[in-house]
Design a protein around this ligand. Structure first.
Ligand code: ADP
Ligand code: MG
Length: 691
């Protein structure tokens, strides 16, 4: 290979789908590290996108003051020093500017507990650092834990690959130094020929995908980078939307039982309900029964904020199936919730003579009846048809742990069931188009009448005493409460309050009111006993983790207190808050920040003002980015790595309509073999084991 091989040089071309082992000069250890990072082929490697770029065309003069923005500096290591305090260590280095000024300007760099640095960094080296300088009390500037790279300026590729350019910094991989990894990617890109990487998105005539891949790593200018990013972002969104469009076609392709809306059973049920359905509930039931009557499988998402009354909608649709002579299943994400549904459904349905059975991992109740029945279970059991039978309608409650992958698996069952997915997770439009792109959407945008808004209070940790007094007063008045903690047990380092330890404290503080501890590590029957006692009002206070996040419905519980509230996402706190405010009484949500919460308290205050899930979800999306919600590794969808949502919503919509058009015209992708191969790859992932 030529020393100056680069994006434009002529070397033996390398097919983009070659295994990485085909690359020259890779030691087994280095190859293993790449594999360990999930990179198998050349294609994977060149899509190991930079996490950022450094402008190394011209380095700024060494600063004299702290700066809010990170800086990229180049200098010479003047001195290094290691200090140890017991098991802890500190490595300090003085970096001097190479300007010729006398005396040279210097900055300090410090790293803690990284002993190996003393083997890598030595006086005399030429170094590039990237970080944010802080002023030291005794004068001078310090960079704590800056990114760094040793420049071997006499190395022939240094100027070409690492310097005098907008230089990519890649996510690190095992034993690979930033330089070595950059060089590998640079050389690999150089070996690709123009048509090599298949173009998935045909619309962009100015840029080939291969050129875009080169420019995303090694752009000549910011404009070139942005054009490349847009091209590749659009392609990744298109790929994802194609997977969804095909999934949708698969879901709606088969036949499914016809379930009519009108029946004596349904009429009796609705008449016996203790309340009237809201207008919104009636409207979504119309959507659902319209779907159920077509003879094709329904695939619908019912979205309604916590407490909007989704359960009764599900119950009505399920009873429709029973009346038409079929079974129906309701699957919940947790056993606690499955049990609650089981109790409620028995109350609703047994007077009508409709059998209800419970199926959880812990309880495989034998049912006496062979005819149509209501099965309540946990998500996992859905894929064990011998336990749930072949229901004509499957309702998935609180879908956020039930993604595209699980739905894909469900839709592979023959015959197709009708599927109703229910969620309270407020979904911004961007995410609705991605995570639920395979579903039709119905909104339950109205609360049952007579609910008082929940009063939400954000407080500093010192207010714990006051909060406890308030809690006691509410308990004395006969109400119940939830106390929520971020972890089950105290970790060594977390500094977080833990449910187990706090349970002991509250039991003392609130005596004689009885407290119970509920968390995910308890056995199913232990959880049952605790929940039953809380529902019956014998246990007054439930000290818990987020296991109570979804679904639990106890109207007499009117106080929710969360400690270390800053550790939860806003959308999650909103879910938790939905545990109260379920009856006619005023409810309270008290969010206590932890000692180290700092300015995160401000973020929590959004919850004091906002009561609807959508605005909270938008705020959360702005604050935290879509990463959490788009956890595509879990969903089985192609990853979104370059598209920035919600900013790239227009690209997403463009990609979606292009995908739909393509699937309508060429569902087998006869004219798009490269895309067919990519989709085949993703679909294999999608249908691989469902957790
Ligand atoms: P979610 O949508 O969060 O699952 P639920 O289905 O648990 O909400 O309903 C919350 C509470 O509201 C339940 O106690 C339920 O009985 C009650 N409810 C549902 N619909 C109505 C209605 N139309 N009028 C009055 N109360 C209702
Ligand atoms: Mg619910």
């Amino acid at each position: 290979m030529s020393k100056t091989s680069g994006p434009a040089s002529e070397v033996a071309p390398l097919p983009w789908d070659s295994p990485l082992a085909a690359l020259p000069r890779l030691t087994p250890a280095r190859l293993r590290a790449l594999h360990g990072a999930g990179l198998q082929t050349v294609h994977d490697l060149i899509r190991h996108y930079p996490r950022r770029h450094e402008d190394r065309r011209k380095f700024p003069a060494f600063p004299t003051d702290a700066t809010p923005e990170p800086l990229c500096l180049r200098g010479t290591v003047q001195s290094v020093r290691s200090t140890y305090f017991g098991r802890r260590s500190q490595f300090t280095l003085v970096l001097a500017e190479k300007s010729g000024r006398v005396p040279a300007a210097t900055v300090q760099c410090r790293w803690f507990n990284l002993r190996y640095l003393s083997k890598i960094l030595q006086a005399g080296q030429d170094l590039v650092i990237h970080g944010r300088p802080r002023a030291l009390k005794k004068g001078g500037l310090v960079f704590d834990h800056p990114d760094f790279e040793v420049l071997e300026s006499d190395a022939p590729d240094s100027a070409l690959i690492h310097l005098n350019r907008i230089t990519p910094v890649h996510p690190s991989i095992g034993i690979w130094s930033p330089r070595a990894l950059r060089r590998l990617i640079f050389e690999t890109l150089g070996q690709l020929s123009g048509e090599d990487v298949p173009q998935l998105w045909p619309a962009d005539r100015n840029l080939t995908t291969t050129a875009a891949l080169r420019a995303i790593h090694f752009p000549e200018s910011e404009d070139e980078f942005e054009a490349a990013r847009t091209h590749l972002a659009r392609e990744e969104l298109f790929e994802m939307q194609c997977v969804l469009a095909r999934q949708r076609a698969r879901q709606t392709g088969g036949r499914a039982p016809v379930i009519p809306r009108k029946s004596k059973l349904l009429a009796r049920f609705l008449k016996a309900l203790p309340f009237d359905l809201t207008t919104a509930q009636k409207r979504v039931l119309t959507h659902i029964f319209d779907d159920l009557a077509t003879g094709y499988p329904m695939n619908r998402l019912l979205h309604g904020d916590v407490g909007s009354g989704k359960t009764v909608v599900a119950a009505t649709a399920m009873l429709g199936a029973i009346a038409a002579g079929h079974s129906a299943a309701l699957m919940a994400p947790t056993q606690v919730l499955a049990h609650q549904h089981y109790d409620n459904f028995r109350k609703l349905f047994e007077p009508l003579g409709v059998p209800v059975v419970l199926r959880t991992a812990a309880r495989q109740e034998k049912s006496g009846t062979a005819g149509p029945r209501i099965v309540i279970g946990t998500h996992a059991l859905l894929f064990a048809p011998q336990t749930v039978g072949r229901p004509a309608l499957v309702v998935i409650d609180e879908q956020h742990k039930f993604g595209v992958r699980q739905r894909a698996k469900l839709s592979a069952q023959k015959p197709h069931p009708h599927v109703l997915v229910m969620s309270a997770t407020p979904i911004p439009r961007t995410l609705a188009l991605t995570l639920y792109g395979d579903l039709d959407l119905s909104l339950l945008d109205e609360m049952p009448p007579g609910r008082l808004p929940i009063r939400t209070l954000v407080r500093a940790p010192e207010k714990l005493g006051e909060a406890a007094a308030f809690l006691r007063q509410k308990l004395d008045e006969g109400r119940q409460a939830y106390l929520v903690y971020p972890v089950i047990e105290e970790g060594v380092r977390t500094g977080l309050k833990a449910a187990t330890a706090e349970y002991a404290r509250w039991s003392e503080r609130l005596a004689p009111h009885s407290c119970a501890l509920l968390h995910g590590r308890l056995k199913a029957d232990e959880k049952d006993v605790i929940m039953a006692s809380f529902r019956a009002g014998e246990t007054r206070v439930l000290v818990s983790t987020t296991v109570i996040e979804v679904g639990i419905d106890v109207a007499n519980a009117t106080v929710l207190l969360v400690e270390n509230a800053e550790r939860f996402g806003l959308a999650q706190l909103h879910q938790l808050r939905g545990r109260v405010g379920r009856g006619a009484d005023q409810s309270w949500c008290i969010l206590l920040a932890g000692e180290d919460a700092g300015d995160k308290i401000e973020r929590l205050k959004i919850l004091e003002e906002a009561s609807d899930g959508f605005s909270i979800a938008e705020a959360d999306l702005e604050l935290r980015g879509p990463g959490d919600l788009l956890g595509t590794a879990q969903t089985g969808l192609p990853p979104v790595r370059l598209a920035k949502l919600p900013r790239d919503l227009p690209l997403l919509e463009e990609a979606r309509s292009a995908a739909q058009k393509l699937m309508a015209h060429d569902p087998e992708l006869a004219a798009h073999p490269a895309l067919r191969a990519r989709l085949g790859f993703w679909e294999k992932q999608l249908f691989a084991g469902v957790a």
